[in-house]
Design a protein around this ligand. Structure first.
Ligand SMILES: N[C@@H](CCC(=O)N[C@@H](CS)C(=O)NCC(=O)O)C(=O)O
Length: 212
């Protein structure tokens, strides 16, 4: 197996955190997304036609893209400790929170990055400032929602650390580090959760990239 990655970028970081939480090691090949190496014809033809990373190369030579799909694949091979739940309710609840984070946080933060950052102007020449501002508001609203939930449980999907925490942490650090959207200090439960998960060895070993 081999992981095509760019350590610290939000989607590859999900897989690095997952691997660290599991105590797994996989050989890595750095793909310099800042130099657009993932958009070279060879990468598109042989590794991922959509160009994104991370991508896991399996021992049979085939490729698996999408960060959560890679983690799900590894979860089947290495079920302990479970990060996707074991009972029907846990599995459903973790999936519910993961989808909520993807759709209500990662999507708007990604839109702020694409439409509001000078770093993406080359790939998004027609940036729309209003889209960035509206998306910023959506991300802030969802932070408020997460804060209320985290007043009731220590981790995103309940009282255990799961893949949903990995998705939330990588997205929140992406928002703070790359699009100037830090956690509002008034969101005390969210701030406490962020301190809790950032103190884990996995997060310390694999920090997010920041432009600051
Ligand atoms: N949904 C994909 C997103 C992959 C993605 O967009 N990765 C970013 C890095 S965080 C990337 O490759 N960006 C460079 C590009 O798309 O050219 C996943 O979960 O893996």
């Amino acid at each position: 197996m081999k992981l095509y990655t760019y350590a610290g970028a939000p989607n590859p970081r999900r897989v690095h955190l997952y691997l660290a939480e599991k105590g797994l090691e996989i050989p890595c090949e750095k793909v310099d997304i800042m130099a657009r190496a993932n958009r070279e014809p060879a990468f598109l033809e042989k590794v991922n036609r959509l160009g994104g990373i991370p991508v896991l190369e399996l021992d049979n030579g085939s490729h698996l893209a999408e960060s959560v799909a890679i983690c799900r694949y590894l979860e089947v091979l290495h079920p302990e400790p479970p990060l996707f739940g074991t009972t029907a309710e846990e599995v459903g609840r973790i999936e519910m929170w993961s989808r909520r984070i993807e759709l209500n946080l990662m999507r708007p933060v990604g839109m702020v990055w694409l439409h509001g950052s000078p770093f993406t102007k080359a790939v998004m020449p027609n940036q729309i400032a209003e889209v960035a501002e509206q998306s910023r508001g959506q991300a802030r609203d969802f932070q408020r929602f997460l804060d209320r939930a985290l007043a009731e449980h220590d981790y995103i999907a309940g009282n255990e650390f799961t893949i949903a925490d990995i998705l939330a942490l990588t997205t929140i650090d992406f928002a703070a580090g790359l699009v100037e959207l830090p956690i509002d200090p008034e969101r005390e439960s969210l701030v406490a959760w962020h301190e809790r998960v950032s103190a884990r060895p996995s997060a310390k070993e694999h920090p997010a990239v920041s432009l600051g």
